[in-house]
Design a protein around this ligand. Structure first.
Ligand SMILES: *Cc1c(COP(=O)(O)O)cnc(C)c1O
Length: 218
């Protein structure tokens, strides 16, 4: 497997202040171990079941990120060990995360997912919904809203991608004025992370460029 080489290549391309989430969904534990041995510590998964199974099989210093749509009834399974949930897309979900955090007496780190793509089916909040959640965020003692996340359209059209990334970066910048805890802007994947970084991303989520192609398209 070329995982070590792929990671080394990506590290030469990204600035120091940009965090790399290795998106390991659908990939076997051996592939994650190879990435771990190359120095990678942040892994992203999009299914609760897979997160649970994989996290017990890697060393304790791995930081696990949930990047996929999260159902409220499954929050309790990942709450004890999750480092960052990228995909908070409703107030109801945030409330549930807060509830599970309170049971464990720990603050759970979250990003609010913003809808930036043309595709209707993609998850995420509108700018208005974001305002609603941020203005009520003081009420949640057991969540830490650390930033914003977005998934761009499934396209190679650079202009389209650029306009979506720029929109999210602008929104992020605006909100950081009043909400000082916002520090993470998670955007950019295998095909478009360079563009996303140029637009202001400081956390990229890269799967296929590290681990090879999957049988899905995201
Ligand atoms: C799968 C996935 C990625 C990584 O996609 P690649 O194109 O393989 O880099 C990033 N973010 C989310 C939310 C994903 O589901």
């Amino acid at each position: 497997m070329g995982i070590h080489k792929n990671l080394a290549q990506i590290f030469t391309e990204i600035p120091e202040q940009v965090s790399l989430v290795a998106v390991s969904k659908t990939k076997p534990v051996d592939a994650l171990k190879e990435a771990y041995e190359s120095g990678q510590r942040i892994f992203g998964e999009n299914k609760v079941q897979e997160l649970i199974e994989k996290h017990t099989q890697l060393p304790d210093d791995v930081q696990w990120h949930m990047i996929g749509h999260l159902q409220r009834n499954k929050v309790k399974y990942i709450a004890p060990f999750i480092s960052l949930i990228h995909s908070v897309d409703s107030l109801r979900l945030l409330k549930e995360i807060n509830k599970q955090g309170s049971k464990l007496n720990l603050k759970i780190n979250c990003l609010l997912q913003i809808h930036i793509a043309l595709e209707e089916h993609k998850f995420g909040l509108s700018a208005n919904e974001l305002d609603e959640i941020l203005s009520s965020s003081d009420a949640f003692d057991f969540v830490n809203i650390k930033g914003l996340m977005g998934m761009a359209s499934f396209t190679n059209n650079q202009e389209q991608l650029k306009s979506e990334f720029t929109y999210l970066a602008q929104l992020f910048k605006e909100k950081t004025i009043d909400f000082k805890n916002l520090e993470i802007l998670s955007m950019g994947m295998s095909g478009d992370h360079q563009l996303a970084i140029d637009c202001g991303s400081n956390m990229i989520r890269v799967g296929s460029r590290i681990f090879g192609a999957r049988n899905d398209h995201h």
